[in-house]
Each structure stands twice: as structure tokens, then as C-alpha cells.
Design a protein around this ligand. Structure first.
Ligand code: SAH
Length: 385
């Protein structure tokens, strides 16, 4: 058994591996990567965390009213809409957890009801908290089923008195029957509507909806490896595909001639452009669109790129993306992945197209869960097939 097992380990389902000591978790993850990727290149030992607890800087809680009127908050049991009450989690940021408990304790006196999915009664569906690891800035997002939230300004004022560390509060309205936590509309109730955090020496703006790596300590290590693999000299044209809020591209921008980022999520692109200005980066451009379409257009226009960073979601890349990559023929590809299975599938296409895997580095971004992140360096071999 691990030295620090959570009482909710089985019920919640968030930590699939908490029954194993941390070093055994790491061995298991490294083995999974070897099984999938060893055939392409040598897999380096996984980089774990020194302190693998409370690393999650983004915490989300579902709220539910019980029959007796009490309100619980916590996580949905894996694959269900049953709320498992969670007040403190070994993975989550402790400030974020404390804020969620405070919000729950305030609901009754403010006559705010938790939303009930079956009857459609009530209002508060979820609370999302994001905390900047280095900045300490805290964003609270109240996700409401209806646009009218009773005495919301007084509620926010009282919450801020209890938690002065909160720097911004947002009301997000999600009236839909959906698995998505956030709805399309939001209103800033307090502060600037986003938080900032420093990563690899650059400042990033994080809004309610945009993706930001949830483990900042390991992200610096992951991006550090990605930069080491790219070994930029200042002359290169760099593509940051699936760029989110522009993190990888902006970190690379100091050592590249120019950076082109592409991302599907409009809010994230908006943040990437703001991040570019915020860091006075002059050689990066960010575009909103499907990475596959974008790469295809680049290939058709006869454009060239020297280094491609790609960091797709769990589903991996699309065939169009991979084919246009082969047409663009960057000298190096640095492929960051949170799913070694789809990465292995994509590596099969790229190695067949003339790339060779030079390094495979697993990094443990999600201790106690079965997720594993890898960064792979590929270079062009000069032959196809
Ligand atoms: N590189 C960023 C984000 C990686 S997460 C970081 O490290 O922070 C993957 C990103 O891919 C998400 O921001 C998601 O919105 C985006 N994405 C998903 N499908 C996409 C597609 N087809 N084209 C472009 N971006 C996509």
C-alpha cells in the first residue's frame, strides 16, 4: 500500500493507482511506455515528482442537493453522474479545496440552491477553481444553470472576505443538459476575469475555458525536455501545433527565428495572442483552426518549417495532419503526448514517412492516476519508407 492512501480511493475513481507505492507506479508507467514505444527508439527512465501530492492547480466540484436539504460537493463517480462528496483531495491544490468547502457552507444563508439534474430545480451546478502556482492568483468560477444568481454580488463579497487570496470571480451560465462543465456565457463578477502564472520564465494568462497544464512543476520539466530535444539555434521556423494558450511556442520564441502556433479553441488562441504581447514576444503568430487543415494549407502553399512541436489531445493527430507534416518535412519533430497509445499509432505513420525516433522521455504529470505523458524527438532520415 502507498504511504498515503485516500479514504475515497475506490469510490471516487480519480486515482487509479493510489494502492501502489509511488516508485511502483513510476515503474508501471515506464513499462507501459516501453511496451508501446520501445520499438521506435530507446525509452529513458521516467521522471517522477519529488512530492507527488496536491499538484493539481485546477479543481472542479459538482454540487448536489440531497433529499434532506443538505448540499454535497465533490466529483462524479467515474462514468456516472453520482456525486461522491470530496472535501479534501491528495492530488488537488489545498487552497482550491478549502474555497469549495467555504462556498458550500455559505449556500444556505444566501438561499442558493444546488442544481438538480432530474427536476431542473436549483441553480449552482459546479465550482471551478484555478490557482497560479508561482503567482498565487486564484480564479473562482461559479457555474450556474440560470443567468439570474440570487444576491451574487454580496455572495462574492462575503467569499472574498473569507478568502482574500481570490483575485477573480466569474459567473458562467450553463443551462444545457450536457457533460461539459462550462457553458458558453460568462460574466466577470470580480477582478480581471483571468489569472496569470509564470512558466519557464514566461507569464501566461489563463482564462476559465482555456487549457493549461494542471501540474506546473512537471510541466516545466516536460517543456525543458522538449526544448532540449529541439536544440534551437535562433535560425529556425517553429510550428507549435495544438498550442493551447501558446505555452510551448512562447517558451521556444527566444531561441527561434519565428513561431507559428495553431489551436482550435478560440478562447485559448485569444489568450495565446495576449500572452505574446504580455511577454513582448515579436516573432510569434497564433492562428485559430484545425491543426490538420492548417498544416495542409501550409504544405499546399509550399511553406517550410524547421521544427514542429506537436501536443495533440488524447485522440492523437489526424491523418491529414500527419500527411501534411510529411509534405512539410520539418527537420525535427518534438511530439508531446498524454496518450502513448495514439502516439504509437502516429509514430508508425511518421517513421514510415522517413522520420526516426531519437529519444523517448516519459514524464509523470499525473501521479496516482494511470495517465502518462511522453515527449519524443524525431529527425528526418533523408529516406522515405
Ligand atoms: N500545447 C498546449 C496545449 C495542449 S492540449 C499546452 O501544453 O498547454 C491540446 C490542445 O489541442 C487543446 O488546447 C485543444 O483545444 C487543442 N486541439 C484539439 N483538437 C485540435 C485540432 N483539431 N486542431 C487544433 N487544436 C486542437
Amino acid at each position: 500500500m502507498s504511504e498515503n492512501v485516500c479514504a475515497l480511493y475506490k469510490k471516487c475513481g480519480g486515482c487509479q493507482m493510489m494502492n501502489l507505492p509511488y516508485d511502483e507506479q513510476l515503474k508501471w508507467k515506464e513499462k507501459q511506455v516501453r511496451i508501446l514505444l520501445d520499438k521506435y527508439g530507446r525509452v529513458s527512465p521516467i521522471i517522477g515528482m519529488d512530492n507527488p501530492y496536491h499538484y493539481r492547480n485546477k479543481v472542479q466540484a459538482a454540487f448536489k442537493a440531497l433529499r434532506d436539504g443538505r448540499v454535497i460537493s465533490g466529483v462524479y463517480q467515474s462514468g456516472t453522474h453520482r456525486v461522491v462528496p470530496v472535501d479534501a483531495c491528495l492530488l488537488e491544490d489545498e487552497t482550491a479545496d478549502a474555497i469549495i468547502v467555504t462556498i458550500r457552507s455559505m449556500l444556505r444563508s444566501f438561499k442558493i440552491q444546488a442544481y438538480d439534474e432530474d427536476s431542473g430545480r436549483g441553480i449552482l451546478r459546479h465550482v471551478l477553481v484555478k490557482r497560479g502556482f508561482t503567482s498565487g492568483e486564484v480564479m473562482v468560477v461559479l457555474i450556474s444553470a440560470k443567468p439570474a444568481f440570487p444576491s451574487v454580488n454580496n455572495f462574492v463579497k462575503a467569499l472574498r472576505e473569507k478568502h482574500p487570496e481570490i483575485t477573480t470571480v466569474i459567473l458562467n451560465v450553463n443551462p444545457y443538459e450536457t457533460n461539459l462543465v462550462l457553458g458558453p456565457h460568462e460574466r466577470v463578477l470580480y477582478g480581471k476575469g483571468f489569472i496569470e502564472d509564470t512558466l519557464c520564465g514566461k507569464v501566461f494568462r489563463i482564462s476559465a475555458k482555456s487549457f493549461y497544464q494542471i501540474n506546473p512543476v512537471q510541466t516545466e520539466i516536460l517543456y525543458g525536455k522538449a526544448m532540449e530535444f529541439a536544440a534551437l539555434t535562433g535560425q529556425e521556423t517553429v510550428i507549435d501545433a495544438y498550442c493551447g494558450i501558446g505555452t510551448i511556442g512562447l517558451v521556444a520564441s527566444d531561441k527561434a527565428a519565428r513561431v507559428i502556433g495553431v489551436e482550435l479553441n478560440r478562447d485559448a488562441v485569444h489568450d495565446a495572442i495576449a500572452n505574446c504581447k504580455r511577454n513582448a514576444v515579436k516573432n510569434a503568430r497564433f492562428y485559430c483552426g484545425d491543426a490538420g487543415d492548417f498544416m495542409t494549407a501550409m504544405a499546399e502553399n509550399g511553406e517550410k518549417a524547421d521544427v514542429l512541436f506537436m501536443d495533440p489531445p488524447r485522440a492523437g493527430s489526424s491523418p491529414a495532419f500527419l500527411q501534411s507534416t510529411l509534405t512539410l518535412t520539418p527537420k525535427k519533430i518534438v511530439y508531446i503526448s498524454c496518450n502513448p497509445e495514439t502516439q504509437a499509432r502516429d509514430l508508425a505513420v511518421l517513421t514510415k514517412g522517413g522520420y526516426k525516433v531519437r529519444a523517448v522521455q516519459p514524464v509523470d504529470m499525473f501521479p496516482h492516476t494511470h495517465h502518462v505523458e511522453t515527449v519524443v524527438l524525431m529527425t528526418k532520415t533523408g529516406r522515405n519508407g
